[in-house]
Design a protein around this ligand. Structure first.
Ligand code: FAD
Length: 404
């Protein structure tokens, strides 16, 4: 790939940068100021106070044509070039803004899955409202006894005339408390082998029999929930792909999710902020910037962050060619979330005990954003498949090593 940007691409960047800076200031103004310019906690969508600006930001993103640069024009996307998408991601991450606005699951993985496997009716019905965020989506995969081993899921759906009747429970469902719609993995043939008896349904989260119980994370936010299904009736036309053939559809969604897992986290920005932090000796009770180990570690983090960016550009090329990303998407997800964890751990070391002070404490460095990052970093290595699972996938499916 040639990384030189043409004059046209530079024009695109300038226009986009000006738009993002202006819009972020107008929509998230007070919040950004409180965080010293960082948008680290803008993803806290627990309460309406944070959610309302997120929806407003999304509305503006949509109106400006930036909501889904990678989607084809046919479905309301911008069909942007690879370079424009790379520039968009760089600029959004530079400012620490959410890449896909208020509807990340719909735009990065569920919409593209419907483009591949959905019926024309499903695409026409759902895709436009994903883009506008009139319908927020969530993803019901994990269960109390089915996380890494997803194929052991037990939520049942039985056919009753023109409807499926769903009973069971999901857990860790991000955005469930905000969502209008969900893609749900259910077992439709308990007699078939584990991967064969699964179907992929679209479920109305506001319909009768669906109960959402928010869970609190250790950051104090409530981004995900338990969801219970009690005789929930789902029209048969909400089946995506074939009956009992949902595993293939589910894996496509996961690949999109992992591909974007390598792109969503502003790790390079966090590394740059960490370098600035290390230079400010007064902020830390730990080792300072003259310590050679500190300098070595910062250099290592900066190099890895740059490699991550280059890998992100590579992952984009698969999307530009409208292919579902393959198992190599695990590389970006693993690199991004593990690097993010290392950044947080090193910040904790540099800041000493101050690093654990949360927003609201007068002694918390940079309004407590480091405490938030330190607490949030581990979860990202678990979501979308744990680091161990990504390493298994890379070993078996990318490097073709024998199964362990
Ligand atoms: C922030 C966050 C958001 C999430 N959002 C969603 C969501 O929107 N929708 C959804 O469905 N789920 C979501 N999840 C759930 C997530 O997908 C699961 O937590 C994850 O797949 C791990 O499953 P588990 O928690 O059951 O852990 P387990 O599968 O029980 O794993 C426990 C430990 O065993 C290890 N392990 C398991 N199997 C193997 C193996 N074969 N080889 C090596 N090690 C192994 C794991 O790596 C882990 O360390 C979210 C999770 C988090 C943290």
């Amino acid at each position: 790939m040639d990384f030189a940007f043409t004059q046209e691409e530079e024009n695109f960047r300038h226009k986009l940068r000006a738009w993002l800076e202006r819009t972020a200031d107008e929509v998230f103004g007070a919040e950004r100021a409180a965080l010293g310019g960082s948008a680290a906690s803008l993803l806290d969508i627990t309460d309406d106070e944070h959610w309302r600006p997120m929806l407003e930001y999304h509305r503006r993103l949509y109106e400006a044509g930036y909501a889904a640069l990678h989607w084809p024009k046919q479905w309301g996307g911008a069909a942007a070039s690879l370079m424009e998408q790379a520039i968009y991601q760089d600029e959004v991450l530079r400012l620490g803004l959410p890449v896909y606005g208020a509807n990340p699951l719909a735009i990065d993985r569920i919409g593209p899955t419907l483009m591949l496997f959905g019926s024309d009716d499903q695409r026409r019905r759902y895709l436009p409202r994903m883009l506008t965020a009139e319908e927020i989506w969530c993803q019901g995969y994990s269960e109390p006894n089915a996380g890494s081993d997803l194929a052991s899921l037990a939520t049942r759906a039985t056919l009753d005339g023109d409807h499926f009747v769903v009973n069971g429970q999901k857990v860790w469902t991000s955005l469930a408390h905000r969502a209008h719609m969900q893609v749900l993995l259910v077992r439709t043939d308990p007699a078939a082998s584990r991967h064969k008896g699964i179907s992929y349904l679209i479920v109305d989260m506001k319909g009768p029999g669906v109960t959402v119980r928010p869970l609190k994370q250790m950051t104090g936010e409530g981004g995900f929930s338990e969801v219970f299904y009690d005789n929930v009736r789902v029209p048969r036309e909400n089946l995506v792909g074939e009956l009992n053939g949902g595993w293939k559809v589910a894996v496509a969604t996961l690949m999109y999710e992992r591909a974007s897992g390598g792109t969503r986290h502003p790790v390079e920005r966090a590394v740059n902020e960490l370098i600035a932090l290390a230079g400010d000796v007064r902020s830390g009770a730990g080792p300072g910037p003259r310590d050679s180990r500190v300098r070595q570690e910062l250099a290592r983090l900066a190099i890895d962050a740059r490699c991550l960016r280059l890998n992100r550009y590579r992952a984009l090329s698969a999307q530009v060619h409208s292919r579902a990303p393959g198992p190599e998407s695990s590389l970006g997800k693993l690199m991004a979330t593990e690097l993010n964890l290392r950044v947080a751990a090193f910040a904790r070391e540099l800041l000493g005990p101050f690093g654990l002070l949360e927003r609201g404490s007068h002694a918390a460095p940079e309004q407590g954003q480091w405490a938030h990052r330190i607490l949030a970093a581990r979860g990202l290595t678990i979501a979308a498949g744990t680091s161990e699972i990504q390493r298994n996938i890379i070993g078996e499916r990318v490097l073709k090593l024998p199964r362990g």
